[in-house]
Design a protein around this ligand. Structure first.
Ligand code: ATP
Ligand code: MG
Length: 394
């Protein structure tokens, strides 16, 4: 009995004009994700089908659970679209299943098939009752759902349903640049934005020797977790030390974080030009810390015209932590290494900074050439969704 994985697209179906683009992107993403398996994939307008080797099924399911754009999937038995074959297969399949109540649900996508869905439900229900002892139909709370999809060449019978990752396939939007710190929030932001179809590069601002190589490693490990949802992630590491030291030498302590973040945003904009990013993405959440009040955000955001996506803007910390646990980044994020923001944090950062004062503070040193140097000297680590990394740093 041959099985296939039957994939449903979900939200894609609302994208009328772009439908083929979405489906083709999903198709390519699944192919890349499963490139190490002996599989074949084919697709039509509403379904994708994967033929697989039985031994690989559990591993393949694990990979598929991280592919955005999959709404739901089923492990389905495939059969020719004719009534006798369908009946014969169903009789064989129910022999191995233990259940007391059941319901048949037919979806007749091939409208040329002569028996309508309701009739088919009755007909197959009769087949089950005749061939299995001590079972009855329960249309409200059946123990076993028997689903049949009638399509042109083949039909599919299945009893299970697995929830997919949802969202849109990565690559249906242009790239975003994620500011990835070692904290809890930014990896979750990366996950959420990828779920909308946005591929990401990550950017980490490093302040060695004030921060350690362990801190860098933590960010690499976080990128690796994000790479699970795609195939590889480019992590750009910015040497932020000279800029940070200048800020702390020249600016009033209460404005240091504001100025530091204005510098980060400026560098992000330049990196977006360099790496073809269309948006800056970060883990800011309204009110979380002094630099994330709306007043602060306005003053910090003033240095760029790029869209700044803040997927967590309105999340509570506890909600963020739940998501971080779900995507398996939480345990890495809570490792205790210092980040450049925490090393230099002043006692009393300004909560309601003024733009005028911020400009005055940063005017105390010549930062423009330093921004260019920071961009020119970026190191990039390619983090892949496998055991090995390629890097000039490791
Ligand atoms: P997280 O917000 O990820 O828990 P955090 O709390 O240390 O880390 P915040 O001070 O809240 O960071 O900074 C807000 C956002 O700014 C982060 O979510 C992240 O997107 C970005 N950010 C902060 N520090 C860095 C850094 N060293 N490198 C890259 N991005 C950073
Ligand atoms: Mg934070």
């Amino acid at each position: 009995m041959k099985r296939v994985i039957l994939i449903k697209y979900g939200e894609l179906s609302t994208k009328k004009g772009n439908r083929n683009f979405f489906i083709n992107t999903l198709y390519q993403n699944i192919k890349n994700k499963l490139k190490n398996f002996d599989i074949s994939i084919y697709k039509d307008r509403s379904r994708m089908y994967i033929e697989f080797q039985d031994n690989d099924l559990e591993l393949i399911k694990k990979k598929l659970d991280c592919v955005f754009g999959i709404h739901m999937y089923h492990i389905a038995y495939i059969v020719d679209t004719n009534i006798d074959s369908i009946k014969t297969l169903l009789v064989r399949l129910i022999q191995d299943l233990s259940f007391k109540t059941f319901k048949v649900e037919t979806k007749r996508s091939d409208k040329s098939f002569p028996i309508h869905s309701q009739e088919m439900n009755h007909l197959l229900g009769g087949v089950v009752l005749k061939n299995k002892n001590h079972v009855s139909v329960d249309v409200h709370h059946p123990e076993l759902f028997i689903k049949l999809e009638i399509r042109e060449a083949h039909s599919y019978i299945y009893f299970n349903a697995y929830t997919g990752a949802g969202g849109y396939p990565i690559g249906t939007q242009p790239k975003g640049l994620l500011m990835l710190s070692g904290g809890i929030d930014s990896p979750v932001s990366g996950y959420l934005v990828m779920k909308r179809g946005v591929p990401i590069d990550c950017v980490y601002f490093e302040a060695i020797p004030h921060t350690s190589l362990d801190a860098r490693n933590k960010v690499i490990q976080l990128s690796k977790r994000l790479a699970k949802y795609t195939t590889e992630v480019h992590l750009h590491i910015v040497n932020f030390t000279p800029i940070q030291e200048e800020i702390y030498k020249h600016c009033h302590p209460s404005y240091c974080i504001t100025i530091m973040r204005r510098m980060m945003y400026r560098i992000m904009e330049k990196l977006a030009d360099k790496y073809h990013g269309f948006a800056i993405v970060n883990g800011e959440s309204v009110g979380q810390v002094a630099s994330q009040t709306l007043t602060s955000m306005r003053v910090i955001n003033e240095v760029t015209n790029m869209p700044v996506l803040r997927p967590l803007a309105c999340f509570d910390k506890l909600e963020i932590i739940d998501l971080a646990k779900k995507i398996d980044t939480y345990n890495i994020s809570i490792l205790p290494y210092e980040d450049c923001c925490t090393v230099f944090v002043p006692k009393h950062p300004v909560i309601n900074p003024s733009l005028e004062q911020a400009k005055k503070e940063e005017g105390k040193f010549d930062f423009l050439p330093m921004l260019d140097t920071a961009v020119e000297t970026v190191d990039t680590v390619v983090v892949v969704d496998e055991e090995k990394e390629f890097s000039n740093l490791l």
